[in-house]
Write a protein that binds this ligand. Structure first.
Ligand code: ITT
Length: 202
């Protein structure tokens, strides 16, 4: 990207903001909802990642001018029937921590053999302006669950997720490697193309 473009993220999750800012690079200056405490808390009442991403993007874009990008994401575990899925952030209950969520998944997976510990991260990005969604993008990364917490990198469920083709978890692998293949990285590649095109059209 040639000039500096502003982008507002409809998130209060600073880990997402850091990853997105890193991946979009210096040409895009990212701000998020942690900078504006008056912004409303958008209730995630949708039944899909896409519905919740749209709710967040549309809700916040009524208060912020320009493009607003929202990310709804989570972990789907096959042996748990796709849980925690859209409930990833609140799996262990309202206000719970990443560690509590991660420990709950591991507990529910106790005794599940290696070959059945499959799952994936999913991310849907929605971009909105003036309360209307303009586009959505999605990305997934397949992998398997560890039996215990591994590494200190990343956030959320990263320490219990080993991406396909690797022997280490996202908690152990370098951030650049995660970003190059992650659900968020894949969705963001598509968004980036859209963003450049739509900004150049004014
Ligand atoms: P916002 O709604 O404010 O964006 P949130 O953390 O509540 O923040 P979500 O509702 O999309 O976001 O929940 C996503 C949860 O899924 C998040 O809290 C993590 O626990 C997990 N998650 C998403 N992406 C992840 C990643 O790249 N690595 C590990 N865990 C991830």
């Amino acid at each position: 990207m040639n000039s500096t473009l502003p982008l507002f993220l409809a998130t209060r999750n600073r880990h997402k903001t850091r990853e997105i800012q890193t991946m979009l690079g210096e040409g895009v200056v990212v701000r998020d909802a942690t900078e504006i405490p008056e912004l409303p808390e958008i209730e995630e009442t949708g039944m899909t990642f896409e519905a919740n991403a749209k709710l967040k993007a549309e809700g916040i874009s009524k208060h912020i001018s320009g493009f607003v990008l929202a990310d709804d994401s989570g972990l789907e575990v096959d042996a748990l029937g796709g849980e925690p899925g859209i409930y990833s952030a609140r799996y262990a209950g309202p206000g719970c921590t990443d560690v509590q969520n991660t420990e709950l998944v591991l507990k529910k997976m106790e005794g599940v053999p290696q070959e059945r510990r499959t799952g994936r991260f999913r991310c849907v990005l929605a971009v909105a302006r003036d309360g209307k969604t303009m586009a959505t993008f999605d990305g997934t990364v397949e992998g398997r669950l560890t039996a215990e917490i591994t590494g200190e990198g990343g956030f959320g469920y990263d320490p219990i997720f080993i991406p396909e083709g690797y022997q280490k978890s996202f908690g152990e692998l370098p951030a650049e490697l995660k970003n190059s293949m992650s659900h968020r990285g894949r969705a963001l590649e598509q968004f980036r193309e859209w963003f450049v095109k739509n900004n150049s059209q004014g």
